[in-house]
Structure formats: structure tokens, C-alpha cells
Design a protein around this ligand. Sequence first.
Ligand SMILES: O=P(O)(O)O[C@@H]1[C@@H](OP(=O)(O)O)[C@H](OP(=O)(O)O)[C@H](O)[C@H](OP(=O)(O)O)[C@H]1OP(=O)(O)O
Ligand SMILES: Nc1ncnc2c1ncn2[C@@H]1O[C@H](COP(=O)(O)OP(=O)(O)OP(=O)(O)O)[C@@H](O)[C@H]1O
Length: 641
Amino acid sequence: MTRIESIPELYSVKVWHFKAEGNANIILTYNGENEKFSGIVIRLRKSNYDENDSNDEDNENMEIDSTTTITRDSKDSPIFSCLYIDNVVKPLLGESIGEYVGETILLKVQPKFLKELSNSIRRFRSVKRLHKDIDFNQQYAILTFDQTQFPLINSPTLSSSVLLPPPPSSPARSLSSPARSSSSTVPSPPISSPTLSIELKPKWLFLPNSPFISSQNSIKFQTCRFCMHKYYKQKDNKIDQSLITGYCPLDLVSFENQRMKKSIEELFKSPDNNLKIFLQGEQVPLEKNWQQQLSEFFEIDAFNSPDGNQSQNKLIMDSIVKLLTETILAESSLFNHLKYLQRTLDESDIEGIHKLYLNQQQRKSNLSDPTIEEWKFVVENYKQRIRNLRNHNHHNNHNNNNNYQNYHHYQNHNNYHNHNNNQNNIREMIGNMNNSQIQQRIYEFLISTTFKDCSIIFTFKKSSSSQGVVHDDNNRSKAAKISPVLHKPFKNISILIPSSSSQSHSPSLSQLHSSSSSRKTYFLKDSNSKKEFNKIHFNYICGIIDLDPKFIKKILYYHHLDLKIVKNYLKHLNDNRNGEIRKYLGYCYENGIGIIKDEAKSFQWFLKSTERGNTIEQYNLGHCGIGTNKDEEKTFQRFLS
Ligand SMILES: O=P(O)(O)O[C@@H]1[C@@H](OP(=O)(O)O)[C@H](OP(=O)(O)O)[C@H](O)[C@H](OP(=O)(O)O)[C@H]1OP(=O)(O)O
Ligand SMILES: Nc1ncnc2c1ncn2[C@@H]1O[C@H](COP(=O)(O)OP(=O)(O)OP(=O)(O)O)[C@@H](O)[C@H]1O
């Protein structure tokens, strides 16, 4: 439950320091002297949102829950965001992943304070974001933990930290102060060791398979939304073709080492808004030689060679890629869960949602953004549908009628999907759905949009030993929950990093040594080169941010954007006259997408596609498209061999 508070100490612009911003919110970090606020950020809603919304209710110091009356106009507000997170997002994430979402307090704010803040941070903001200012009419801002700072062992909950006076000997929750001692056997991070945070906005983690997707847009079955969108962004912003990122979200969640590595490397080459790194909570601009700032973190010394920087940069880059790959593997349940939610909440695709939306308009049905109570109902219906689907799959029962009776608001899943993709069937299917079934689909889609836009922050700190690290068969550190008394449990991970010293001299086995508290030097037994490796142990925490609700008013925009993205991508394929369009045609013939299945023609197109091509295209297709589905890949390989 989120509390609403007035905290006079926080109404001074001097205590706030600009941290970062997105399209809808600005984030400032507490920089004042009161230790009980250290490690806290304030999240301020930007303008363009219901400017006239005003609610003069005096609800200071009250508890809000889902029964609190929220006027319709105030749904796009911090107060509604908090309720949405508590009642929609967390129940869907489940208990263990829900812990990654920060606790919040609503701080009552006045326009004067917000205007002063706006002036004080203006010079730190990126020019491309300046067209939107803080919304001075918002009555609340959100206080939450800074996910780029490492919590101390037994650190208090947000409310007890902010609302209660600090205990007499309580240390600050700051990076330079000693950690609170713990009764746990787990080693705490060394006090002076730096903190590295990596923020990922992975975007869409799945390929759709909705029956509503029309044949002319069937490229969507094959190429992920992100990979098509980047070409549309390029067109819009006139970005040089070479800046188009090779990052593909499907690679990131493939959990195949090489694909993950490639996608992370690509993210670092052109991070756009999908990657940020922070050192000691300060964002590191990913400009030339940014790696140098991380040499201390990875304990990689400078080289005594003419290309010292370059070799060091490469080693640091390799280390960060390794650290991130291992952490994502350790957190595969988080990524798989996000992917599952995105996909199952968006089974209709925006093409279907748009049709359902138009249907509601035709029926003159009152389609409005749900209240919190209505959102809770949507979540329950979704969960029931998934449970039914699982039972259905479990019993392998193909009798649709058995499922039918369990569904409050839908056609059952199979019925929904087995229809041929033609307009008549789709019209009939929609015609058979009642308003609440249709609205359920639309609302689920909106929830999926929240999960497609959220970000994940990993914050790492070196640990003093490998105690508490669990190794699995692959010698990978397993996430281990440390102590139930920790407000924010941290986990452990270790990586082997080629030692910088091994570049300058030939190691011998006798040189095995322990060179610092957090690393040990190893020689890999199976290594031909007898390369020297440092094993560095890290503690890390994981946070999920930006889980705001999305609104009905955006559906037309989403549909419009989707059409533009696909059209632009198909045009791009055509214009480039590379192998990809031919491969795509081969894929269409092979699978009967938009055309009658024809294996001979499919073969011809696949063959033609190998005549010429361009690397980026081949990369995208190989990873995001045909290569994504193992069966399809096999077929494709058969054709080529
Ligand atoms: O629609 P998309 O996929 O472009 O996502 C938008 C994001 O663009 P991106 O593609 O990540 O650069 C966009 O991010 P940027 O402003 O581009 O950094 C926002 O996150 C936007 O959400 P909201 O309007 O702030 O609630 C996002 O809009 P929603 O789709 O989440 O409503
Ligand atoms: N709790 C937090 N701790 C640390 N940094 C944060 C936190 N919340 C947000 N940030 C930083 O501020 C940035 C913007 O925040 P947020 O994603 O909430 O804004 P937004 O406007 O909703 O984003 P978007 O444009 O994706 O919709 C984040 O990308 C992150 O770098």
C-alpha cells in the first residue's frame, strides 16, 4: 500500500540532483545531507498529461488502496501509477519477481516547488527532451529507491527509512559510509568498491502469432517489432544506416551464449534508449573511451603497450558483456516471465485490437480506461484464462466445448486461434464476442504494452569472497537469495576475466595467486594459451522500473505506428534489393503465408536469396527471423545444404 506524505525537508530544490528522464517522467536523486533520504529518487510526471486535472481533496498522510476514489481524469497520474503497480503489475509478476519493483511513497507537491525544480535542472537535461517540462499541475510525485545504488544489508524499507527518525547509530545509506553489520553469514560488499549499474530497456521479446495479422503484414510473424521499428526510427530521424543497431531482443532472450553476446555488443555500439550505464549512480555517457571509467571496477590495469587504451577497452568491454550475459542467464526466469506476459497479454496483436476497438465504437459500447477495481477484474480474468489453458494443454483435451464453460469473458483460446485468417471468419469471431470479452482483450493488450516498455536495472558491487555463491554444472553462479531480513535481497555472480597482466608476459602455473580481496587469479586447465584469468565475485541487485499504465486513447496511434513500421520495413527490404526479401518470399511459400504453399517455389527463392545480400540484413534475418524458430531453421538449413 502506498502512503501519501508531505515532507517539508524535501521541498528544497537544493537537495535534488538531476538523474535521468524518459518521455513521460523526470527522475532526480536526493543529494542533501539528511542520511535518511540518501539513496532515494523522486519521479516527476511531465506535462502533456491532463493539464486541467485538479483534485483538491486533502488526503495528506492517508493510506491509499484500490478502494480510494480516483477520478477518471486523474488516471494518468503518479497516484494511479502506484495503484496500478500494486494491483496489476505486481500480481502479474508474482511474488519473487514482484520484489524487483521498488516500494513507493507519494509526496504531495506544490506548483511553486515544481517550477523551481524545473528551472534548476534545465541545464542538465538533454536538448531532445526539453520540449516537455514537468507537469506543474501534478499534485504528487513518487519517492522510491534509487535502483543504481546498492542497498546496505538490513537496510530499512522505504517508509521506515523516510518516515521514522534514524536510530542513534544508524549509518547513512550512502556509498561512502560503512555498511550496517549483518547477522547473516553473507559477505557484504567492500565499502570502498565502486557500484556499476546497467539499465536495459529490452522492448518486445516475442514474435506474434495472432490470427488477426493480415497476409500483407505477415512479415510480423518472422521479424520482431524492434528490428522493424529501428528502420522506421532511422527514416524518421534520418539516422545513418550504419547506426542501425544490430541489437535484437529475441537474441537477448534466446539464452544462447553467442546470440546474447552479439546482441549485448550491438547494444553498446548504438545504445539509443535501450541501454544506460551508471557508475556510482552517475550515468556514464557511452562516448569514445567510456570503458576507461570502468577499469577500476573490473580491476583491469593499463597496458604498457602503444595501443594500451585499445586493449584495455576491449578487455573491459569483454568483461561487461560477460557480466551481463551471466546475469541475464541467472535471471532467465525474470526475462522469460516478462516475455510470457508480453506474449499472452497480446494474443490479438494491434491489428486485432484495432478491429475490436472499432467494433466497440460501432456497437456504441462505453470503452473507457478501467478503474483500479476494473483492472483487478481484468487481471483475474487473464489469470483464469491462463490457468484454463494450462489445464487444457496438460490434459491434452482438444474438445473445445470443455474449455468453453470455464471462460467468463472470452472465446476459448483454441477457438480464438484456429480460425483461418480470413476476413469473414474474423468478422464472425468478433461478432460472437460480447462487449466484456472484447474489452478484456483490449485491456490485456494495454497491460502487455506496459511490460513491453519497462526497463531492468542491474546494480553490481564487488563482493569480498565467493561465499554464498552457488555453482551449477556449467560453473555459472546461480541466483541465491541471501537473507529474509533484507529489504532488497542481493544475489551473487562471478565471472572470469582475462587478466590484463597476462597480455604483457607469459604466465606460468606457479604464478597462481590471490591479488585482491575480490579476485583470484586462475589458469584455465583446458586453455591452450595458458591465459591468466581473474575470477571476480559480484553482489548484484535487480530492479524493474517504468511500469506505468497505458491508455485507450493510444490504440489508434499504436495501430497507425504499426502500419507505418511494417510498410517502411517492407519498402526497405524492397529498396535494398538484397537477399532478405527473397528469403522472405521463400519463407512465405514454404509456410503458405499469404500465398499457397509451394515448396519448389520456396526453394527457388531461398536459393536466389543467397546470390547477394548485405551483412546487417543477413544478421537480422538469421537471428530475428527464420533462425528464431528451431524447426524453421532446420527447414531452411535443409534447403541450403
Ligand atoms: O511505442 P514504442 O514502442 O515506440 O514505445 C515508446 C517509447 O519509444 P521507444 O520505441 O522505446 O523509443 C518511448 O520512449 P522514448 O521516448 O523514445 O525514449 C516511451 O517509452 C513511450 O512510452 P510513454 O509515452 O512514455 O508512456 C513508448 O510508448 P508505448 O508504446 O510504451 O506507449
Ligand atoms: N528508481 C530508479 N532508480 C534509478 N534510476 C531510475 C529510477 N527510475 C527511473 N530511473 C532513471 O530515469 C530514467 C527515466 O525514468 P522512467 O523510465 O521512469 O521514465 P519514463 O518517462 O516513464 O520512460 P519512457 O520514456 O521509457 O516511458 C530511466 O531510464 C532510468 O535511467
